[in-house]
Design a protein around this ligand. Sequence first.
Ligand code: ATP
Length: 377
Amino acid sequence: KKRIAVMTSGGDAPGMNAAVRAVVRMSIAQGCEAYAIYEGYEGLVQGGKFIKRMHWEDVRGWLSEGGTLIGTARCKAFTERTGRLRGAKHLVLAGIDALVVCGGDGSLTGADIFRSEWPGLLAELTKLGEISEDQCSSFKTLNIVGLVGSIDNDMSSTDATIGAYSSLTRICQAVDFIDATAYSHSRAFVVEVMGRHCGWLALMAGLSTGADFVFLPEKPPQDKWEKEMCRIIKTVDPNPSTHPPIHRAAGKRKTIVIVAEGAIDRELKPITATYVRDILVDELRLDTRITTLGHVQRGGTACAFDRILATLQGEEAVKAVLESTPDIPSPMIAINENKITRKPLMDAVRLTKAVAECIKNKDFAGAMDLRDPEFEE
Ligand code: ATP
């Protein structure tokens, strides 16, 4: 029987448990044995109690649970070949030759490197006497399939990552709560949301809460944005027929500004919530508070979309394992225009890294083009 293992790695995201549940149950339904590797790559490097056989009932009730019940970790050892050698040994000893990794671009890069080293790692283990020739004869290839678990929605080649919509939902709820108090006291709130290289959460939160101004990493504001932000918040638009006059001068009692944690200006200087608050206080005399949403954005139950996404993608991951051949590059399970798809994993990782690279080089148009080729200024 084929043995398929699943692990979660990198930052936790709502929906990861639903993904693990789907992989476990689909594996069993397909006549395979399912395993979970606890604590991400740390569990793979440690082996032993971290690699557990999973049965149908072991994942009962996991669909709605937040975080990841099989644990996650950042593992330095796995970034080095010696760590991956130990990981390979533990997989061979457990008879596992297929690994479904649910994590961000770092975790998926690690998985692909691991696969590319596979026959070499086995040869080395045999030479070291850690495993016998017999043990490794049936493990010629390692199947890797990536599932993208990340609240940031920062992976290229897929429309949504597992956890992003749950996080967005939580942010919207929080801003709705803040709205009530902002309105009551006629206050401004600067809300900091997660997203180091990707402004998806900030942008979508801005859209879904009707925020007054949004700061993103990929699209820094024009120079002298401070003036523009104040103008928008304070004044009635000069052309109310196209832009309804909804701002302070027209009686709007609340102001919401959303700042992504990775927001920067055109010189790559961070735009912090504190700086934005100071502008609102100094220039507009608004009673302004900062709310940093922090880890509440990661926690809690997965929203319906993430449960569905993780379940359909987990199912597809097992199918991809069973259909894989050594000449097919490791796939990443994606969703494109509402269809579950398979994309070459390393192409997606490369594109994702290219966005960060563009931002670093102040090529903001390039970053936006990679995010959305149809985007127009
Ligand atoms: P998030 O988007 O939440 O940060 P991530 O998967 O990108 O998730 P990382 O911390 O980058 O998070 O990676 C998680 C783990 O994956 C690392 O601790 C390390 O064990 C492994 N890993 C990352 N990059 C590599 C690499 N280049 N080679 C081998 N292993 C890697």
